[in-house]
Design a protein around this ligand. Structure first.
Ligand SMILES: Nc1ncnc2c1ncn2[C@@H]1O[C@H](COP(=O)(O)OP(=O)(O)O)[C@@H](O)[C@H]1O
Ligand SMILES: [Mg+2]
Ligand SMILES: [Zn+2]
Length: 273
């Protein structure tokens, strides 16, 4: 996945929005027109089978980035290309909503911080996985049932809970059902937005292990978003640091941890130690 010049703003916008906002301006709100520039000229590359981390404080634009890449929200500017879609020759931001739905259903998965954004509490665990398979045009009941069992096993949801409602599950187990559902269509790209935020530390560690295992076994490209540098350090090969909608630093995660260049990254790293 390659992203070039991606911006997303909330508000009418004016010719000076992009220049008057950002980390150096210390705000993502344009002082001229009050538009919020949530993402500001973002360039990103996500390689095949790579885990790319996006880290930044609350409000830096991470979730907006994910929603736009998942095509549930419209980019204000920029281009995005997927190797798995038209061999990377078509900007998916400018495709029709019907084609965007196809891309989402067949080529992408998403896991949100709040499990209830990703799964339906009044569908069973298996039913949630089935729902994603149906959108990916798998209609055979036996196949769906088998695949749901396989994915729930993979994400360590006990099979005897397959026909139970996630409303009765712990937060960690709801999150694992959400991951199973996100993987159902075997997507080449998975977006993970603060997936362990709010979980107990021990549960968090297990979910992070699971994500790493899945990436290794299935060779999925993952964009992992978190305000928590600790999570990013565990998961990501490469990391970009966002502040006020802009990328202020990018590089190998180890390098960023050991030798942060931007003042903001230094603050993040030091506050973690
Ligand atoms: N629908 C919206 N309308 C107006 N402003 C929004 C909307 N969604 C997000 N924002 C603003 O965009 C900025 C980035 O938000 P978000 O992407 O949620 O950041 P993060 O996920 O890093 O916490 C914030 O200033 C937020 O208030
Ligand atoms: Mg967020
Ligand atoms: Zn403006």
């Amino acid at each position: 996945m390659e992203i070039r010049g991606f911006s997303r703003q909330y508000g009418p916008g004016c010719p000076r929005c992009l220049e008057l906002t950002g980390p150096e301006a210390d705000s993502n709100v344009c002082p001229e027109c009050r538009t919020v520039v949530a993402c500001n000229q973002i360039d990103l590359n996500l390689g095949a089978g790579e885990i790319l981390g996006v880290v930044g404080e609350s409000g830096s634009g991470k979730s907006t980035l994910v929603r736009c890449l998942y095509l549930t929200e419209e980019a204000t500017a920029g281009e995005c290309f997927l190797a798995a879609y038209d061999s990377g020759n078509t900007n998916i931001f400018s495709e029709s909503s019907q084609k965007q739905r196809f891309i989402r259903n067949h080529l992408m998965g998403i896991v949100y911080q709040n499990p209830l954004l990703g799964i339906k509490p009044h569908f069973t665990a298996g039913g949630n996985v089935a729902e994603k398979l149906l959108t990916a045009e798998v209609y055979n009941y036996g196949l769906i049932r088998g695949r749901a069992a396989e994915l729930l096993t993979r994400t360590e949801v006990p099979l005897e809970r397959m026909d139970d409602f996630p409303a009765t599950f712990s937060g960690g187990m709801q999150q694992r059902v959400q991951i199973a559902k996100a993987l159902a269509n075997n997507p080449p790209i998975l977006f993970l937005d603060e997936v362990t935020t709010g979980l107990d530390v021990s549960v968090q560690a297990r979910v992070l292990d699971l994500i790493k295992e899945i990436q290794r076994d299935l060779d999925i490209s993952m964009l992992v978003v978190s305000h928590d540098l600790g999570v990013i350090r565990i998961l990501a090969d490469r990391t970009v640091v966002m502040k006020n909608g802009r990328i202020v630093e990018a590089g190998l995660t180890d390098q960023i941890m050991e030798d942060p260049q931007h003042r903001y990254t230094q603050l993040l790293v030091h506050s973690m130690l």
